[in-house]
Design a protein. Structure first.
Length: 275
């Protein structure tokens, strides 16, 4: 089986006032891919000054990692009310360029057919870069890159994205709030069809997920959870598990069911009496 891969910036996350921790799609997707024992590669970058403290947790996942240092690392502050997240953008990260996609990134993606692109902000992956990454590959894309403007301050989503991006995407993963930003509410089948993306997944937290494929939408119920949960990185884990299942030959709906089951296990936080 060919390996899957994830490309995206690392982040510094401050969650609920706790000490900083590593974030970003490459890390959170890597956690899921490690559990799945899927042949996978992680391609990532952050500020050169932050590599010594951000890369070790990524390397500890045990997956091949290709990385380079840049000028800046994206930094977020987050609070949660249940599975509703409020975010502030403290610093922006470096964009990925077409030259990188043709150079060191392309070399790291040799033999990869399914690639998850994990933008944290709209500026991370311009359309020209996606075009290069899509050569000979099927791209899964996190909808954060459509609705998160590249500016510091409280994160307010909008739909002012470049529609050219959609030309290069095979699978679009949207969170509930991202879908609401794009469509003004829960998307209809015609809304999802109009995007022109073959597969669209809308994750809805405790309500499960919608899977659009072949012109039809299917609802996937959420796995039951008990006790506390830490939903940070849940969307990334879903994307990684879905990508792995699709790479393994599963159809979209079964792939989404497998992804939902993995995320339920990953975000559960054991209670004190469970040890």
């Amino acid at each position: 089986m060919r390996p899957v891969a994830v490309v995206g910036n690392l982040a510094i996350d401050f969650v609920e006032g706790a000490p900083e921790r590593v974030g970003g799609g490459a890390f959170h997707c890597g956690r899921a891919l490690r559990l799945l024992h899927t042949p996978a590669r992680l391609v990532t970058k952050c500020a050169a000054a932050d590599r010594a403290r951000l890369l070790p947790p990524v390397a500890a996942l045990g997956l091949p990692v290709s990385s380079q240092g840049g000028e800046s690392t994206v930094t977020f502050g987050m609070t949660y009310d249940g599975d509703v997240r409020t975010m502030e953008v403290l610093t922006l990260g470096d964009p990925w360029t077409p030259e990188e996609a043709r150079g060191w990134v392309g070399e790291a993606l040799a033999r990869v057919e399914w690639l998850h692109v994990a933008p944290l902000l709209r500026s991370d992956f311009p359309a020209e870069t996606l075009r290069e990454l899509a050569r000979g590959r099927r791209l899964s894309y996190d909808g954060q890159g459509l609705v998160r403007p590249a500016r510091t301050g409280p994160l307010v989503l909008d739909r002012d994205f470049d529609p050219e991006l959609l030309r290069y995407i095979s699978v679009l993963k949207l969170a509930d709030d991202e879908a609401e930003t794009l469509f003004g509410g829960e998307p209809s089948e015609s809304d999802l069809q109009a995007l022109g993306v073959p597969e669209v997944i809308v994750t809805q937290g405790s309500r499960g997920a919608l899977v659009f494929s072949g012109g039809r939408t299917t609802h996937i119920p959420a796995q039951p959870l008990s006790g506390n949960v830490d939903p940070t990185g849940a969307g990334d884990a879903f994307s990684a598990a879905y990508l792995s299942a699709r790479n393994g030959g599963h159809a979209p709906v079964p792939a989404a069911r497998r992804a939902g089951a993995l995320v339920a296990g990953l975000i559960a936080v054991p209670s004190d009496d469970e040890g």
